[in-house]
Ligand binder design. Structure first.
Ligand SMILES: [Zn+2]
Length: 357
């Protein structure tokens, strides 16, 4: 365990929900763990005891990716863990495939409405359609390959693999419900007899929803705050001039007012207490990374040159694309702050360098 992780407390220790089973983490709140076929091998989903228009049942928070294995595990949960009650609503924190992948299936299976932010719903609809995900500057395929080449990732094999991943999103999110109910920052939703406040954050996803319940003192943080890994903050091809890092760090300020002993239910890793410590760690982590990036930019550096500075380990292609996006996010934060200048060489590769250099 890393030293920062030790400063947090984990009320359930090493106990995890078994596949297809749940673990109770607060009154009326159950934890489900679903597999992911990536280096990050799982996602946490939550079941909230609910009542809508006199009907007893459950609200699901986040869905898992669209794979038969995950559907199968969901069926086990329905069989074993819902106390014979139906799913009444599906809430999705943001549009990433591990969170929204099975929303269409769950909503259809239970005839339940989907709750999401407008931006994340719209983008999930756009990208889950294979014809538009390729044509409309989706997150992978040709447009991403051009973006990464522009930022120095020119290795032909990596380029080819990125081009071939054009169907990455629709493969994991094959469809979306045709309608939704919009969540906005500051909204309150009653789930069961409890009030949950919507806290929108930026920088990780377009309009990420986290949910806080005062009575339970529980925050469902989604991907905005994770106990072990830092949240991915990336510049992608569809928003090439984006500056997500300050947006992300500013968004964390919304958690400053929550009690120090808030139980945080993150999408990856274990539930923990120590929210303010973890927020402070994120600020410190990125301040350190920005300093490191600035230090090496005494000569012109592309995002690909920065990847080994920020990530001192072997990366698979999936991780490399995130690492490229993350390197560029740090370069852009410094560029838009006026600390770096940029230039484009004859090959079209963008490089950043200290203004004083
Ligand atoms: Zn995410």
């Amino acid at each position: 365990m890393r030293p920062e992780e030790r400063k947090l407390t984990y009320p359930w220790g090493d106990t995890l929900p078994a596949p297809g089973q749940t673990l109770s983490v607060a009154d009326g709140v159950r934890w489900i763990k679903m597999p992911l076929p990536f280096a990050l091998d799982h996602i946490n989903l939550w079941l909230l005891r609910d009542q809508v228009d006199g009907r007893e049942g459950w609200t699901i928070i986040d869905c898992g990716i669209s794979r038969d294995e995950v559907k199968h595990l969901w069926e086990q949960v329905f069989e074993n863990a819902l106390d014979g009650l139906p799913v009444l609503r599906v809430i999705v924190t943001h549009m990433h495939p591990d969170h929204v992948g099975l929303a269409h299936w769950l909503c259809e299976r239970w005839n339940a409405p989907l709750f999401m932010s407008m931006t994340d719903y719209a983008i999930a609809c756009l990208w889950s359609d294979p014809s538009t995900s390729q044509g409309m500057a989706g997150p992978n395929g040709a447009a991403a390959a051009v973006h990464f080449a522009r930022h120095g990732l020119r290795d032909p094999e990596a380029q080819e693999q990125i081009r071939q991943r054009a169907n990455y999103y629709p493969d994991l999110v094959p469809d979306m419900p045709r309608e939704f109910i919009r969540l906005m920052d500051g909204d309150h939703i009653t789930i069961g007899d409890r009030d949950w406040r919507v806290i929108v954050g930026y920088g990780h996803a377009p309009e990420h929803v986290s949910l806080y319940c005062d009575t339970l003192n529980v925050l469902i943080s989604g991907d905005m705050l994770l106990p072990r890994i830092s949240t991915n903050v990336s510049v992608f091809n569809y928003e090439p001039e984006g500056n997500p890092l300050p947006r992300y760090l500013d968004s964390l300020r919304a958690y400053d007012d929550l009690p120090d002993d808030t139980l945080v239910l993150p999408s990856h890793g274990r539930p923990f207490r120590g929210i303010h410590e973890r927020v402070a760690q994120q600020h410190a982590h990125h301040a350190d990374r920005l300093r490191e990036v600035l230090d090496v930019c005494t000569s012109p550096k592309s995002a690909a040159d920065i990847v080994p500075v920020l990530f001192r380990r072997e990366l698979d292609l999936h991780q490399l694309t995130f690492a490229m996006g993350e390197a560029l996010a740090h370069l852009h934060a410094l560029y838009f702050e006026g600390k770096l200048k940029r230039s484009v060489d004859d090959q079209g590769v963008v490089r950043f360098m200290c203004k004083s250099g």
